[in-house]
Design a protein around this ligand. Sequence first.
Ligand SMILES: Nc1nc2c(ncn2[C@@H]2O[C@H](COP(=O)(O)OP(=O)(O)OP(=O)(O)O)[C@@H](O)[C@H]2O)c(=O)[nH]1
Ligand SMILES: [Mg+2]
Length: 383
Amino acid sequence: MSGPKPTGSDAAAGANRNEQPQAVPPTGASEQQREAARHAAGAAYLSRQQQPWTLDRLKEGLSAGDRGALAKALTLVESHKAEHRRQARELIDACLRDGMGADTERSFRIGVTGVPGAGKSTFIEALGMHWIAQGHKVAVQAVDPSSAISGGSILGDKTRMEQLSAQAEAFVRPSPSRGTLGGVTARTREHLLLFEAAGYDRLIVETVGVGQSETAVHGMVDGMLLLLIPGAGDELQGIKRGIVEMADWLVVNKADGPGASKASETEADYRRALHLFPPTDHGWTPPVLRCSALTGEGLPHVADQLEAFRSHMLEGGHLLERRRQQAGTWMHEAIRDALTADFYGAPGVAGKLKSMEAKVRAGQWHPLLAAERLLGEFAGGGN
Ligand SMILES: Nc1nc2c(ncn2[C@@H]2O[C@H](COP(=O)(O)OP(=O)(O)OP(=O)(O)O)[C@@H](O)[C@H]2O)c(=O)[nH]1
Ligand SMILES: [Mg+2]
């Protein structure tokens, strides 16, 4: 091996020292072995850093926990170019095959949602710092700070999560745009897998919005945290019942200063309201909690409740089941997306689509008949 001689903490690499470094050992290996493998992979990776990117090098970089490699891989996933998307799929597949994916034992993914300005970013930053102090590596998919809603430098500073971003054990990725799904993109799932491949074990997806985005995030995380503000009922907060039902934790934020007593009332209101909800099928009762993301008060208790949920879900095998279901749903979504893209991209269809649509709009064709004709064109290979 031509890389630099392992020294200091690399001594832990042990048996790997004189071999070609392996990717992180698959399930069954101890955390220590994993860490050692990361160190060895890291040393080898650093020695080749001057070379151009290839998929192998990206994988190596991820395995070594290199931030540059992670950023590059995330960008690849986000690319609109078919070739980049194919490479991204190949990269993720290679990572998963090499045991770099994280099972339910090794990673915990949560979604944090709430109305604009509820304090999501401030909360995520505080929780992230708490997790780092406990020895975790934290990755965040954050809502773009330059968004129109919270735009302006004052809020912008908060949403940048500057303190958390400065930590070596944290990676904060702003979503490319709020888009229609409140910052959650079709690529967020792939981002989570890449975060895990790079060794992050506590993942947070921030989402703002009051409907679709929560449903999308719910389909990709282990648990959903709904952040509430003191003194406003559901309707005022623009939160639909379905979202409250989706939440695994309800946290009233801004329980400080003049807001403190209102926060207690809001907490009590939600506790009462939750009694009216049907019990969850996995037997976890969503707790209603209170904290101040700004002062940190109540935050350790919230963090404890996150862990309590995780243990509960792990013990009953519910977490594994949830992820399996999500994987199944993801496959179906991918099929739908690919078929839709193929359909609209097929020349036989594309040529007729506009005129057919015009006829439908003019009332000359029934929409269902027009759809049938176009689908027939597609199925008949009219491309
Ligand atoms: N008093 C008080 N203010 C808070 C608390 N948490 C957040 N804030 C303030 O609320 C404002 C919005 O905070 P953000 O963390 O940006 O809220 P957000 O939900 O991420 O906002 P968007 O991403 O724009 O939807 C900022 O001015 C914060 O300082 C808190 O616990 N107490
Ligand atoms: Mg935010």
